[in-house]
Design a protein around this ligand. Structure first.
Ligand SMILES: Cc1ncc(COP(=O)(O)O)c(C=O)c1O
Length: 366
């Protein structure tokens, strides 16, 4: 029996307006597949984190520590923070959702920038609030256009810095200017998922701003530089009153015991992090240069991926390139959902993947 839409349970208003997040593809043809579609670590994870994960298998019958104390202590120790102001989540995605859940409702507005991470509108709309998009300039968030969109209904501003999928960043002076222009009751969420990759003197993830104001939260992830995407682990540094709110609404055991153990070990393994940074430092400029040398426009990135723009003609456009790359074992990310159908986002891979990708693009264009 099929039920008409009137005779079945209905979600809250706004839920059916959400465009579901489409993750990067995994599969492709070819003997060896290089997955360059989700900005994952090309050098795996810390051996110490893997060891800790395996060791946790011995006590799977026990609930985890609901306050993830060991993990929060490891993060606090690494960055010199107050452990009480750290809240961990099942990926930073969960923290973004929890923040929206706790601070947004029908009638509220939340602002994000034009090419901002697509989890923001999902989190905003899931809670019945209205997403407000601030146009970007040259694929970069613009403080003035964001501030111009603040109304008396604005409750939150989401800023990915640096941003996925553009790879660009705002200098800290601009982030401070954004914060200074927001009313004190508006929560500024600084999503710093790619902070570790940034090698610029004028960049800061936002720890100082969190510590010195009452309306800024910074989110971080273990999915990128730490190579632990499969575990689903992220953290937020918050003012005490925001940490208190998140701890009320989160699931009591939202982080699994293996994730707590592996995350704490990963945080302590700076040598691995340095290796991951060195790999990106070597290959991000190489990939950028080589792709640009093929005549394609590459948005300058400070992350572990590049946004590549393709010509408009049917034979050489982004869709044709995506199909060709996939046919040859390179899985990259289409950008249609971001309103960038002419671009592909490509993660920095292993040496073999980077060389292969450039050679494949060259063959495609010739
Ligand atoms: C800007 C940004 N924020 C947050 C996330 C979510 O990361 P996770 O939920 O794996 O911690 C991602 C993942 O791609 C991202 O690109």
């Amino acid at each position: 029996m099929t039920l008409s839409s009137h005779s079945r349970p209905q979600p809250k208003p706004g839920i059916l307006d959400i465009s579901a997040y489409v993750p990067g593809k995994s599969g492709a043809k070819g003997a060896k597949v290089h997955k360059l579609s989700s900005n994952e670590s090309p050098i795996g994870a810390s051996a110490r984190a893997i060891e800790a994960y395996k060791a946790a298998a011995g006590t799977l019958e026990l609930y985890p520590d609901g306050s993830a104390s060991a993990l929060r202590a490891a993060i606090a120790n690494r960055y010199g923070l107050l452990a009480d102001n750290i809240v961990c989540g099942a990926g930073s995605d969960e923290l973004l959702q929890l923040l929206a859940h706790a601070y947004l409702g029908p009638g509220d507005e939340a602002i994000y920038s034009q090419y901002g991470f697509l989890v923001y509108p999902i989190a905003i709309q899931s809670n019945g609030a209205t997403p407000v998009v601030a146009p970007e300039t040259d694929y970069l968030a613009d403080v003035d256009t964001i501030l111009a969109r603040v109304t008396d209904r604005t409750r939150m501003v989401f800023l990915a810095n640096p941003n996925n999928p553009t790879g660009r960043y705002l200098p800290f002076s601009e982030v401070k200017r954004l914060h200074a222009g927001l009313p004190a009751h508006v929560l500024l969420v600084l999503d710093a998922a790619y902070a570790e990759y940034v090698r610029r003197n004028d960049y800061e993830a936002g720890l100082e701003l969190v510590a010195t104001s009452g309306n800024v939260v910074m989110t971080r992830t273990f999915s990128k530089i730490h190579g632990l995407a499969a575990l689903r682990l992220g953290w937020a540094y918050c003012p005490a009153h925001v940490a208190d709110v998140l701890n009320r609404v989160r699931g009591p055991f939202n982080i699994s015991a293996p994730a707590i153990a592996a995350g704490a070990a990963a945080m302590a393994d700076q040598e691995f992090v340095e290796r991951a940074i060195a790999h990106n430092d070597a290959w991000l400029p190489w990939v950028t240069r080589e792709i640009a040398a093929l005549g394609l426009e590459v948005t300058p990135s400070v992350c572990n991926f590049v946004l590549v723009h393709f010509p408009a003609d049917e034979a050489r456009n982004a869709h044709a390139a995506d199909a060709y790359l996939q046919e040859h074992g390179f899985v990259v990310r289409r950008m249609d959902a971001y309103g960038l159908p002419g671009a592909l986002r490509i993660t920095i891979g292993t040496e073999e993947a980077n060389h292969g990708l450039v050679a494949c693009l060259k063959a495609f264009l010739s």
